[in-house]
Design a protein around this ligand. Sequence first.
Ligand code: ZN
Ligand code: ZN
Length: 584
Amino acid sequence: MEDDLAPRAVLRPKQSHDSTPKKKNDKKAHAPTLRMIPLGGLREVGKNMTVFEYGNDLIIIDCGIAFPDDNMPGVDTIIPDFTYLRENKEKIHGLVITHGHEDHIGAIPWFLQEFDVPVYATPLTMKLIELKLDDFRPKMKSNKLQVVRAGESLTIGPFTFDFIHVNHSIADAVSIAIHTPVGIIFYTGDFKIDYTPTSGVPPADLGKIAALGNEGVLALISESTNVEEPGTSLSELEVGKTFEDIFHRVTGRVIVATFSSNVFRLQQVISTAERFGRKVLILGRSIQNVFEAANKLDYLTYQPNTIIQVNELDQYPPEKIVILATGSQGEPMSALTRLAFSEHKLTEIIPGDTVILSSSMIPGNEAAIYNVINELFMRGANVIYKTLSAVHASGHACQDELKLILTLTRPTYFIPAHGEYRMLYQHAELASLMGIPDDHIAILQNGDILEFSEDGMEFAGYTEAAGVLIDGSGMGDVDELVLSDRLRLANDGVISVMLVIDRLSNRLYGAPIIKASGVIYQSDMKKMISTCQDTVEDMAEQLFKKKKPLDKTMTPDSVSKEVQKVLFDRTRRRPLVMTSVTVI
Ligand SMILES: [Zn+2]
Ligand SMILES: [Zn+2]
């Protein structure tokens, strides 16, 4: 514990009623302290990962990814920085997971490549982790995956974990209570409290949370995603009612796009379809994966003949069909986007279709989503999205639910988590309003090292936590680069660019010739080819204007790089680009 280290994080200002002197030289101060180190998830929504360390024992909660923003072309994924874990490798007992969303499990393949430790997760979460490891290149497997269930406890080293059922937009989400030698840490994970979730699912286990509060909670670490929303989150029951209303009104096909991991929503759609005598087609790879995983666990109930395959579509009139599709965020490769742009090989939008976007718009995706909505309207579909109707319920607690958790746990210390700075700040305000002394609230940032001991809570420095950018599947060394080239070949095809430079006029001789192979979609190919042509011609024009000799500046390498960059910016594809230059 270094007192001279200025805390980077904002501890809220001390108030006069609390100033217990620190007992620095007391022998109790020599007992190990409990360290909490967020490696991700603070002042951002994404890549959640938190370390808890006591003496020589260390465990980690969650291991997620964040998605890059638009000004990081070429970056596919951001994972947490594992530096602190590398430095303490021999202490790591395992990774404990709250639920199966990408911002909580996405970085597990990279983690397991370096740390061969047990992973503990609930049944659906574990199925999604297994799918993720299988999808990773190189394919991965771990024989240390251990399924735990809500209601169970698990002891690892000096820590005992209680897994507590909560509601969220994915099945099998849990809050985690960690019993440590210093006290109980209550880690909410992502949660909401739904008193009327889909059938077969109980409301969050408030009884257990209250019991922990009575036992005494040292610190509450609570998610902040919806702290700006007053009241409570919408119940899944309300979404069911909205579906019911829509199905009553609609005569054509119904197409519902949602987050593929939202098993409850899949169930709602399937149940509503059954009540209206409609068949359900599941369209899109990720939604099919989740559907199968949930099926294996018996999490879905439906009549076997409700689900149809794509080749059976023609056997039913439009009013008998529901399509459950991926693409609620306007993702370029998703089923809904391909339907909207008539790029789907198997079916297309027909006038009279009703499309329901049953999800929130993740900030940053609005433009892509509205693009898809526009296209759908243009093709004669009616589109129902959140601003029009209660077709989506958030999976995150609003203010009243957050207050309830604070009331039940009555923590000594409070740390808002899972949110951008303003959300953490608002959540701190909320806790303050509810009587938690200001100097018992810490707004941390990634990498801060916070220590709990019998003396209280204090900062003990910080570690690297800026996040690691991942391009393709590689970590950056040569072998991985080759691998990522191969992946690119498999996914996005090859573009070859041939150009001729007339040295005398310092101009291109004729138009560049572009050939594409292995590009999956025809409409993509046309767009890619014209994009390439424009890029090469623009490049030549710019260099000509700057009086730069083309034969020196338009090298195969520089042309390939430029083309690749523009292609990625405009089409989100990253084919391998090979350029040949002839000078005459
Ligand atoms: Zn979540
Ligand atoms: Zn989350």
